[in-house]
Design a protein around this ligand. Structure first.
Ligand code: HEC
Length: 293
């Protein structure tokens, strides 16, 4: 099924699907209905009151279903418009990356500025923040296309986003999405090599472990890139304003999940059982001041 979008329809309403796309979706769903269904019994919805009252959704929609989220960046080129459409109408990036109010509505004043979701928190992905943390447009394209970049692997829910969705974007769409999510800017130098060298030289239990935490346990002779391809100086969780994801990575470790193409990493063990709270806090401070900028 091919989705062709006119630039006028994407410009008119960036957060909802244009009519021609929804019509095609309907046709596709009708086509599915004609197929023989799998022999799986339906299950009763288990939402509790008042969430099981469907009509309440109408009121919620009236109050909060508005196409008013501000754009992540400013632009007018075809690529930018296409990227805006991909991020908002199809990728639904804001649904996870925007904090919510008391009624579950997205907080438009803080669009894409990071939220709480589950064990792993979607960080702030406003272009200025991504640039400040060292992401280039090429990094973003690699991240969306493969699920891993020099900043580290996509994990938590973002791994599914990359594996089920963004890895299938065409090169043109990858470029468009990254154009929208990345204000053009020279590559950041905020994460210098000094932190890496200090890490290796620092010795001590937490000092040795920190190199593994950042994916550099496999490097030899002062190299800065792990065998898995992650640049320790760019490791993103260390430079996020909120240390939540860094601490979760240290506690739980990082799996070696599937990535698109030939990308792979070695799993990193969790240190919940080996490091005390104080050691974890010291380590997080050390990593954030050494590499996080
Ligand atoms: C289902 C929830 C969900 C959706 C939808 C989602 N993300 Fe994420 N995203 C996350 C989580 C959780 C993380 C943190 C884990 C990680 O860094 O991989 C994350 C991380 C990221 C990162 C890495 C940021 C960093 O500093 O490490 C980028 C870039 C990103 N998302 C961009 C996007 C874009 C663009 C979209 C829309 C196409 C999107 N996300 C949609 C949950 C989501």
């Amino acid at each position: 099924m091919t989705w062709r979008l006119t630039s006028s329809s994407t410009r008119r309403c960036p957060h909802v699907l244009p009519d021609d796309v929804t019509r095609r979706q309907q046709r596709y769903l009708r086509h599915l209905i004609t197929q023989k269904s799998a022999a799986v019994p339906n299950y009763e919805p288990d939402l509790k009151f008042p969430f099981n009252v469907r009509v309440a959704v109408m009121f919620w929609n009236m109050l909060f279903l508005k196409d008013t989220l501000p754009d992540a960046s400013v632009g007018s080129t075809t690529d930018w418009n296409r990227g805006r459409y991909l991020a908002n109408a199809l990728g639904r990036c804001a649904e996870c990356h925007t904090p919510r109010g008391a009624f579950g509505q997205m907080n438009g004043a803080k669009a894409l500025q990071g939220s709480t979701l589950g064990r792993v928190e979607p960080p702030d992905i406003m272009p200025a923040e991504l640039v400040a943390r060292g992401w280039t447009s090429a990094d973003l394209q690699t991240f969306f296309a493969t699920g891993i970049s020099r900043q580290g692997p996509a994990f938590g829910e973002m791994h599914q986003v990359a594996m089920l969705s963004t890895q299938y974007l065409s090169p043109g769409d990858l470029r468009a999405l990254s154009t929208y999510m990345h204000r053009r800017c020279a590559a950041s130098t905020h994460a210098g090599a000094t932190g890496f060298r200090r890490c290796h030289a620092s010795g001590g239990r937490a000092g040795k472990l920190c190199c593994r935490v950042c994916g550099v346990s496999w490097t030899r002779g002062g190299g800065q890139t792990s065998r898995g391809g992650i640049d320790a100086r760019a490791f993103d969780a260390a430079s996020q304003g909120d240390p939540h994801n860094l601490i979760v990575a240290m506690l739980d470790g990082v799996d070696a999940p599937e990535f698109a193409g030939t990308e792979s990493i070695q799993a990193m063990p969790g240190f919940a059982a080996t490091l005390s709270d104080d050691e974890l806090a010291n380590l997080a401070n050390y990593l954030r001041s050494g590499w996080g900028g």
